[in-house]
Design a protein around this ligand. Structure first.
Ligand SMILES: Cc1cc2nc3c(=O)[nH]c(=O)nc-3n(C[C@H](O)[C@H](O)[C@H](O)COP(=O)(O)OP(=O)(O)OC[C@H]3O[C@@H](n4cnc5c(N)ncnc54)[C@H](O)[C@@H]3O)c2cc1C
Length: 391
């Protein structure tokens, strides 16, 4: 049980890290606590078609549906459109996350990684003060798997970071609490994702409806953790579905959280790198985390392949990963955190007038950034309101 690299967690971030490192010649162990990779699904599956295509070859097996764009609704029903390819991480393809996650893990295995399912990481193995592997629980047995470097890709509940002394604690306001139903027969438009804003329906978040084909849709709500009370998200979603989709049949329930903190102080320590939700790399404005996790996974896999053969995996050497992901996705999520902090201060009336302002513009070819820029162009006083966040 000796490897060059252990990756904990076979979600999109972990599988991409394992595949990249294995392709570069490292002996990689990919550990997954669940029996079946990708199940149960805790995701709506929305992802930008063009960005995903840069990372993996699209496969119809894991594309549940393809959408032309997104519609965003203000609390009073005012609606604007965004085009699919442009609508950042939240539109384009709707993935079947179960099949997608298994396909990515299979790619990692094909590249040479050894995949261990039903294998839960339970602690960091240390020798001479440095991490040198992982304790795992497998079929009731406590085993040791050795490797000089560990990548923690263990999602929002990440423990690898904590074991390595990395502060990944999230404030309540920086967690989105999500509940989602798989819904059938709601007469939805199969071509568009829909987002509904408003303090009443989703305080500090939004309601979404993502078509999954065959008259199915993922309909969910996320609300800011600091505004959540027990059962609130589920009640809000049930209310929404009852009012707007009275014929809907609810087939499946998903509950989960998404980090929405922006970049945390560090994602590395001696012999350990964190990727994906474990590193809090999801987008704090849209709450999308698949793409950023995959990108960071590739970067961590590449850095692992560079440093392990040289035998030095101390924190200073791993700074290369830290620098790379911050330049690549960190800037974006830092900016979006400021925008999110601003948008959560807006009242329903503000949202109504903002979308009203944009309604008369041709937003159908804009991405989220373009939309925000246009908004500030139309209403410079918003920039003034935001100044304390920007400077
Ligand atoms: C309801 C909901 C809807 C969402 N919708 C979208 C969306 O439409 N688009 C989007 O981009 N993002 C969405 N997200 C966010 C997205 O699901 C995550 O950002 C993404 O899955 C992060 O990928 P990851 O690989 O970092 O972590 P995960 O996908 O969470 O994978 C972590 C893996 O680690 C495993 N693991 C954990 N602990 C251990 C351990 N101790 N030992 C071994 N294995 C372990 C887990 O079982 C899991 O398989 C949504 C989230 C929720 C909750």
């Amino acid at each position: 049980m000796k490897f060059d690299l252990i990756v904990v967690g076979a979600g999109p971030a972990g599988s991409m890290a394992a595949r990249t490192a294995a392709n570069a010649g490292l002996k990689v162990a990919l550990l997954e606590k669940r029996q079946e990779i990708g199940e149960p699904i805790r995701c709506a599956g929305g992802i930008s078609k063009s960005s995903l295509g840069k990372l993996v070859k699209p496969d119809p097996k894991w594309i549940a549906s393809e959408v032309k764009g997104a519609r965003i609704y203000a609390p009073n029903g005012t609606r604007i459109m965004m085009s699919g390819n442009q609508a950042q991480n939240e539109a384009g393809y709707i993935l079947d996350r179960g099949i997608f996650d298994r396909a990515l893990a299979t790619d990692a295995a094909r590249a040479g990684a050894e995949v261990f399912v039903k294998t839960r990481a339970v602690g960091l193995l240390k020798g001479d003060g440095m991490p040198c592997g992982i304790y795992v629980q497998k079929e009731g047995e406590l085993l040791k798997i050795e490797a000089p470097l560990v990548i923690g890709a263990d999602g929002i509940e990440s423990k690898v970071g904590r074991w390595a002394g990395i502060d990944t604690a999230l404030k309540l306001k920086d967690i989105e609490v999500c509940v989602q139903f798989l819904v059938q027969d709601i007469g939805i438009d199969e071509d568009y994702c829909e987002f509904y804003l408003g303090k009443e329906i989703a305080p500090g978040g939004y309601v979404w409806s993502f078509p999954m084909g065959y008259r199915l849709a993922n309909v969910g709500v996320c609300i800011q953790g600091s505004k959540a009370t027990p059962g609130l998200a589920a009640r809000l979603l049930e209310d929404f579905i009852r009012k707007r989709m009275p014929n809907a049949k609810l087939l499946d329930l998903v509950v989960g959280g998404v980090p929405a903190s922006g970049p945390i102080e560090t994602t590395i320590s001696d012999g350990v790198m964190l990727v994906g939700d474990a590193a809090r790399q999801s987008d704090p404005l849209t709450y999308a985390g698949i793409l950023n996790g995959m990108k960071a996974g590739v970067m961590a896999g590449e850095i692992a392949a560079n440093v392990v053969p040289d035998g030095d995996v101390c924190k200073v050497v791993l700074e290369a990963y830290e620098e790379r992901w911050r330049n690549y996705v960190g800037k974006e999520i830092g900016k979006n955190y400021k925008l999110k902090s601003f948008f959560t201060t807006l009242t329903d009336q503000d949202l109504n007038s903002i979308l009203h302002m944009l309604e008369s513009q041709d937003t159908s070819r804009m991405n989220l950034e373009g939309l925000v820029k246009q908004l500030f162009r139309l209403n410079p006083s918003l920039l003034w309101k935001m100044r304390y966040l920007l400077f």
